[in-house]
Design a protein around this ligand. Sequence first.
Ligand code: SF4
Length: 64
Amino acid sequence: MRVTVDQSHCQGHALCEGMAPDVFETDDDDGRARVLVDVIPPDRESAVELAASSCPERAITILA
Ligand code: SF4
C-alpha cells in the first residue's frame, strides 16, 4: 500500500499525524501533511485507512 496527500486540499488539521505519526508529518513551514514512507508497512495499513477516512478534507488517497 502507498498513500498520497493532496497538498491543494490539506488544511493541516494533523488528524492523520495523530493517528499514524510514523506515516504522516505536518510540515512546520506550510502546515500541510507529508507522507514519510514510500510503502506503508502492513501493520500500519489499518491506521492509514482510518486516517484517510477521517481526513475532513478528503486529502488522503490510498493507492494499491
Ligand atoms: S487530516 Fe487531512 S487535512 Fe488534516 S493534515 Fe492530515 S491530510 Fe491534511
